[in-house]
Design a protein around this ligand. Structure first.
Ligand code: AMP
Length: 300
């Protein structure tokens, strides 16, 4: 496994792999790796002959009051984990090289970024898109692997890649969870044992939403109220948002119909956690509704 900080060297190493006709798989991360990240690496290893993982805590996706400086960093452990997964190359760029003096070009997706975390974290997705465009240009992967833990991010990156004609595939993989359902995240390192236990309520709340929908509930406000009640039954949790949105457009849905995303963000003792679940509400058959309405009219 090669560890490389230099952008031109990375390009050369990848050009060699491509000359050998190897498929290049890429997993962009901010490090402090956990089994969620490794699930992406394992999938990349299955499909690609050359696997690149980047580790870069990207300053421009953090707001001024956010946790850039305290974000967990543990390169030695990351290196060990990636070596045992058989990764070919770790790209570990230096911040001053990624954003050289006078850097002034940014990439912004303007539709899907308006919602959910985009509202709560202004400029966040602009930072994410900008760094990913740079990383995609440097690594030129055939396939990039992202996690649906960051569902909105994955949708935005797909949209950006399509809008800007990137010729790469984007694979989005399921959320890896702790035993109590808590979605794995580097930020969980900030939580105490007790707080991690409390945070299990997020998944319980999402599963309750799933059960309500399976039982025929379609009214989003009712489902959101049930979720909120479960979450607020735990101490020290503040809700940022709980939304039910169209799984593709991310626009609010007042009724659960077709494929929807139930997404939430909370603060537990000041630590921001996100989670989500995709649900398939029954499609309301317009024909059936029409005939039922006609029958009702006929009876009057
Ligand atoms: P991060 O290091 O937090 O920027 O995450 C890097 C990639 O790993 C992103 O595509 C995340 O969505 C993905 N990821 C993070 N946590 C998980 C998880 N629990 N399950 C699956 N993928 C994850």
């Amino acid at each position: 496994m090669v560890i490389e900080r230099n952008t031109s060297q990375v390009k050369k190493i990848i050009a060699k792999a491509k000359n050998k006709k190897l498929l290049v798989g890429f997993v962009p991360t901010m490090g402090a790796l956990h089994p969620g990240h490794l699930s992406l690496v394992k999938e990349a290893k299955k499909k690609c002959g050359f696997v690149v993982v980047s580790i870069f805590v990207n300053p421009i996706q953090f707001g001024p009051k956010e946790d850039f400086s305290s974000y967990p960093r543990d390169f030695r452990n990351d290196e060990k984990l990636l070596r045992s997964e058989g990764v070919d190359l770790i790209f570990y760029p230096d911040c001053r090289n990624m954003y050289k003096e006078g850097f002034s070009t940014f990439v912004e997706e303007k539709r899907l970024s308006r919602f959910l975390c985009g509202q709560a974290r202004p400029g966040h997705f602009k930072g994410v898109c900008t760094v990913l465009v740079k990383l995609f240009n440097i690594v030129s992967p055939d396939i990039a692997y992202l996690g649906s833990k960051d569902y909105q991010q994955a949708q935005i990156v797909k949209k950006m890649a399509a809008d800007l004609d990137f010729s790469l595939k984007i694979k989005v993989l399921p959320i890896v969870r702790e035993k109590n359902g808590l979605a794995m995240s580097s930020r969980n390192a900030y939580l105490s044992r007790e707080e991690k236990d409390q945070a299990g309520c997020l998944y319980r709340a999402l599963i309750t939403a799933k059960k309500l929908v399976a039982a025929g509930e379609t009214m989003s406000p009712k489902i959101i109220t049930a979720i909120r009640r479960i979450i607020l039954s735990e101490k020290h949790i503040r809700v940022d948002y709980i939304r039910i949105v169209d799984a593709t457009t991310l626009e609010n849905k007042s009724r659960v119909k077709g494929k929807v995303l139930v997404a939430l963000a909370v603060y537990i003792s000041g630590v921001r956690l996100i989670d989500n679940i995709v649900l398939n509400g029954k499609k309301v058959n317009a024909g059936k509704v029409h005939s039922r309405l006609s029958r009702q009219k006929g009876r009057k």
